[in-house]
Design a protein around this ligand. Structure first.
Ligand code: KIV
Length: 283
């Protein structure tokens, strides 16, 4: 329902943006739908379909051509976080804390997480790490900063791990990952991203922790799923096994640009209908 005041149409329904609490309460109910977003028009399109939009540090690779997420800084995250918040009305917006902005101390983490929230309008932050980050997660979440954890394959540790291979493909790798997820959940994370692990481990982690587990490359056993939007739209060249391409927009863009180039060269574009006439002219 809407009312009109002084020629301005006002939507009478209050806009309800999801909170970290709402997402936490979805454990064991409906699967949680999450995607990454970096810019306003994409966020506006994703918003009505998603429970959570992550301004991921994958922005460095997807939009800036970096070869890992390690070069992303807090200023970039804040700039893209603001852009996403302008487009999102319903989904919870979560800002990834970039490498080097939270690992040194819980105070450093608080300072930078507080900036990420207060300068963007987002509702939570994400950080990578297991047991070693539990104290930091507790420090933030007891001081008003909802935290989304991230365990399993952690892209910010690419050098320490020696690559992006899936984890937990042999049973002896399971316990540390289960312990990491439990530690982060018990420290107060409202949900945990579980990346790049074999299916039976994902099931065990999802059963073991009280908060929602959001999988990426972690099977259907999780409480929800997240993908990098550009991956699932076919806009990013790398196509890992866990990504299903729901569209081939990269191919469509190339076809459209090819058409434009051809029409400019043949002078078919701009046509009459794209051309301004003098005022008073009939045609
Ligand atoms: O940065 C990112 O996009 C992420 C998701 C892939 C979970 O961390």
């Amino acid at each position: 329902m809407s009312t009109t005041q002084k020629n301005i149409t006002v939507d009478a329904r209050p806009k309800r943006q999801a909170t970290a609490k709402n997402i936490a309460a979805m454990k064991g109910t409906t699967p949680i739908v999450c995607l990454t977003a970096y810019i306003t028009p994409m966020a506006a399109r994703l918003d009505k379909h998603c429970d959570l939009l992550l301004v991921g540090d994958s922005v460095g690779m997807v939009l800036y051509g970096m070869d890992s997420t390690l070069g992303v800084d807090l200023e970039m995250m804040i700039r893209h976080g603001r852009a996403v918040c302008r487009g999102a009305e319903q989904a919870l917006v979560v800002i990834d804390l970039p490498f080097g902005t939270y690992e040194e101390s819980k105070e450093q983490a608080f300072r930078n997480a507080a900036r990420a929230l207060s300068e963007t309008g987002a509702g939570a932050v994400k950080l990578e790490g297991g047991r070693e980050m539990a104290e930091t997660v507790r420090f933030l979440s007891t001081r008003g900063i909802p935290v989304l954890g991230h365990v399993g394959l952690m892209p910010q540790s690419v050098h320490a791990h020696g690559g992006y291979a899936a984890r937990g493909r042999s049973v002896d790798e399971w316990q540390p990952i289960i312990d990491d997820a439990i530690a982060i959940a018990e420290a107060g994370a409202f949900a945990v991203v579980l990346e790049g692990v074999a299916e039976p481990l994902a099931r065990k982690v999802t059963e073991a922790v009280p908060c929602p587990v959001i999988g990426i490359g972690a099977s259907n056993a999780c409480d929800g799923q997240i993908l990098v939007t550009e991956d699932m739209l076919g806009l990013f060249a790398i196509n890992p096994k866990f990504v299903k391409r729901f569209a081939e927009i990269g191919r469509d863009i190339e076809a459209a640009i090819g058409g434009y180039a051809e029409e400019v060269r043949s002078r078919a574009f701009p046509a009459e209908e794209h051309t301004y006439k003098m005022r008073g002219s009939n045609s």
